[in-house]
Design a protein around this ligand. Structure first.
Ligand SMILES: Cc1cc2nc3c(=O)[nH]c(=O)nc-3n(C[C@H](O)[C@H](O)[C@H](O)COP(=O)(O)OP(=O)(O)OC[C@H]3O[C@@H](n4cnc5c(N)ncnc54)[C@H](O)[C@@H]3O)c2cc1C
Length: 490
C-alpha cells in the first residue's frame, strides 16, 4: 500500500500513529454531522462533515479539526498574542492541495487565513471559525546554479533559502530572523541585510505561482499575467495563495566583514548614524538595535555587515567606529549565517509581541530627541532600524505595488514579553513613542502593518487604484482578506 494513503486511511489510524512523519487524525471524522464555521463576512455557517471528509480524502495533506491530534500545533502562529481557533486547518502538501482548499472555501464563502511562516505581527495567518490554509509542509527549494535562480515553495522559511543557496556561494535578500516565512515576507516587500546591493526580495522575484480565489493557478511574471505580478510585489496575500516563488540569485560569499559595536545612546549619535547610513556604499548595512543596558542606561547595539571584499569592508566600516567611542566592539570576518540566526531565539515563537513601524528618509534632530526621550523613560520599549536605500531606491515607485522607494531607514518600535499581563502598559508606551515619531515618518512597511483600511490605502499612495483593479480581477469577493486588505470596489 502507498504509505501516504495508508496514513490517511481512517481504519489504519492506530497503526499509522507509530510511523514517523505521518500526520493523522486523533479520531475519524464523524460523518453525518456538521461543524460550525464563519463566512468571511462573519455569518454563521454549518459545514457537513461529509464535505470535510471529502476534502480530507482529496488532499495529499490532511484536514485537521479541533479534536484532532496536530490541530493545536498547526493553528499556532508565532505571535503568542493570537490564540485563535479555525474551524478547520487544511495542511497542504502541494499546489493541487491548495487549489482544493481554496475551492472548498470559495464555494462556502468561508473565512480564509493563509499561513506561510506564521510570523504576521498582527496575527493575520490565523482566524476564529474559518479555514486555515497551512503551507508549512511546503518548504522545498531548488537552486539552479547555471541560471542563478532559486525555486522556493510557498510555505518555506527564510532560513531554507539561505541554507540552500550559500553552499554555492550564492544568495538573495532574506530577512534577519531565519524562521520568518518566505510567503508573507516576499509578498510585502522583503527587507534584509543585503537589500542595499541585491534589492528587496520583490526586486529579485522573477515569478510566482498564485492560486486565485476561483481555484485557478496562474503564473505571475513579467511575461505572464503582468498585472498580477505587479500586484503581488508589495500587495501581500490579497490576490491568492503563492505556492511557489522563483528568485534571482547573486554571487555571495557567506564570509562577511561585520559584527556588533555597542554605543551609549544620545541624539548626536543618532544624527551622525543617520548621516553615515545615507553615504555608505551599497554593500554596507548598519542597523541599530536600541535597548536598555544592564545599568539602566540606553545603549545602541549597531550591527555592521559588509558583503564583499573583507579588506575593503574594514575600510568602509572604519568611520562607523568613529561616530562615538564604542563601549564594546566585536567586528571582523564572520559567517553571515551567525548574523542571520543570531536573533532567532530572542524573537522565538509564542512570546507576546507588538510592533509599530515608520519609514524615514533622514534622522532629523527632532526625531533623534524623540527616540532618546522614549528610550530613557521608566519602562521603555525596544526600537531598531533597518537600513534601506541603495538598489531598492533606484526602482521607480510605480514599478510594482511596493512604493516606498525613497526610504533610508525603517524605524521599528517593538514590545517583546513573555508575560501577557505586561502587554497593555507596554503597548500604550509603544503607541505613545510611535505617535511622537510619526510626523517624521513617511508611510510604513506593509509587513509590519497593524492595518486599518484608511492606513492601508494611504500607505500605497498612487499605486492603490491599480491594486484595487487587480483585486477586482483576481479576488472580487475578497476571499483573501486576512492581510493588509485591499478592498474590491464592488
Ligand atoms: C521575527 C520577525 C523578523 C522579521 N524580520 C523581517 C525582516 O528582516 N525583513 C522584513 O522585510 N520583514 C521582516 N519581518 C516581517 C515579516 O516580513 C512579516 O511578518 C511577514 O508577513 C511574515 O511572513 P510569514 O509568511 O512568516 O507570515 P504569515 O503570518 O504566515 O503571513 C503573513 C501574511 O502573509 C500572507 N501569506 C503568507 N504566506 C503566503 C503565501 N504563500 N501566499 C499568500 N499569502 C501568504 C498571510 O495570509 C498573512 O496575511 C519579520 C517578522 C518577524 C516576526
Amino acid at each position: 500500500m502507498h504509505r501516504r494513503s495508508f496514513c490517511k486511511s481512517t481504519l489504519a489510524v492506530g497503526i499509522a500513529a507509530a510511523l514517523p512523519g505521518c500526520s493523522r487524525k486523533a479520531a475519524p471524522i464523524d460523518v453525518g454531522s456538521t461543524i460550525n464555521a464563519l463566512t468571511g463576512d462573519g455569518h454563521e455557517l454549518s459545514i457537513a462533515t461529509t464535505a470535510v471528509q471529502e476534502l480530507n480524502d482529496a488532499l495529499q495533506g490532511d484536514v485537521l479539526l479541533p479534536d484532532d491530534g496536530g490541530y493545536d500545533a498547526a493553528r499556532k502562529v508565532w505571535n503568542g498574542m493570537f490564540d485563535k481557533r479555525p474551524a478547520l486547518v487544511a495542511q497542504c502538501h502541494s499546489n493541487d492541495d491548495v487549489v482544493k482548499a481554496v475551492s472548498f472555501a470559495q464555494e462556502r464563502s468561508l473565512l480564509v487565513s493563509v499561513k506561510g511562516g506564521g510570523h504576521s505581527f498582527p496575527g493575520k495567518s490565523t482566524c476564529n471559525g474559518g479555514i486555515m490554509i497551512d503551507l508549512s509542509r511546503m518548504y522545498s527549494t531548488d537552486v539552479d546554479v547555471d541560471n542563478l535562480t532559486i525555486r522556493v515553495d510557498g510555505g518555506a522559511l527564510l532560513g531554507h533559502i539561505d541554507t540552500a543557496a550559500q553552499p554555492y556561494n550564492l544568495g538573495t535578500t532574506t530577512g534577519i530572523v531565519s524562521h520568518t516565512g518566505v510567503g508573507g515576507f516576499t509578498l510585502g516587500g522583503g527587507y534584509g541585510r543585503t537589500d542595499r546591493f541585491m534589492g528587496l526580495a520583490i526586486d529579485n522575484l522573477l515569478a510566482a505561482n498564485i492560486v486565485t480565489a476561483n481555484g485557478e493557478t496562474l503564473r505571475a511574471s513579467a511575461d505572464e499575467n503582468p498585472d498580477l505580478f505587479w500586484a503581488i510585489r508589495g500587495g501581500g496575500g490579497n490576490f491568492g495563495v503563492a505556492t511557489e516563488f522563483e528568485f534571482r540569485l547573486h554571487p555571495f560569499s557567506s564570509t562577511i566583514y561585520g559584527g556588533d559595536a555597542v554605543f551609549k545612546l544620545d541624539a548626536q549619535f543618532l544624527r551622525l548614524y543617520g548621516e553615515l547610513a545615507a553615504t555608505l556604499p551599497v554593500e554596507a548595512s548598519i542597523e541599530p538595535q536600541i535597548s536598555t543596558g544592564a545599568d539602566g542606561s540606553s545603549v545602541v547595539n549597531l550591527q555592521l555587515c559588509y558583503c564583499g571584499d573583507l579588506a575593503v569592508g574594514e575600510k568602509v566600516m572604519a568611520p562607523v567606529l568613529k561616530i562615538a567611542k564604542p563601549l564594546s566592539a566585536d567586528i571582523g570576518a564572520m559567517d553571515y549565517s551567525v548574523f542571520q540566526t543570531g536573533a532567532d531565539a530572542y524573537l522565538g515563537h509564542g512570546k507576546q509581541y507588538y510592533l509599530k513601524s515608520g519609514l524615514i528618509t533622514e534622522i532629523v534632530p527632532e526625531l533623534a530627541e524623540i527616540i532618546v526621550d522614549h528610550m530613557g523613560r521608566e519602562k521603555p520599549v525596544g526600537s531598531w532600524m533597518q537600513h534601506l536605500g541603495g538598489v531598492p531606491a533606484s526602482v521607480a515607485p510605480d514599478a510594482m505595488a511596493y512604493s516606498h522607494r525613497n526610504a533610508l531607514l525603517n524605524l521599528g518600535i517593538m514590545v517583546v514579553s513573555e508575560d501577557p499581563a505586561t502587554m497593555d502598559e507596554s503597548i500604550a508606551n509603544a503607541r505613545a513613542f510611535y505617535q511622537d515619531a510619526a510626523p517624521y515618518t513617511n508611510g510604513f512597511y506593509t509587513n509590519l502593518n497593524e492595518d486599518t483600511d484608511r492606513k492601508t490605502w494611504g500607505n500605497y499612495g498612487e499605486n492603490y487604484p491599480r491594486l484595487v483593479a487587480a483585486k477586482d480581477k483576481y479576488d472580487p469577493g475578497n476571499l483573501f482578506r486576512l492581510n493588509a486588505n485591499i478592498k474590491p470596489s464592488a
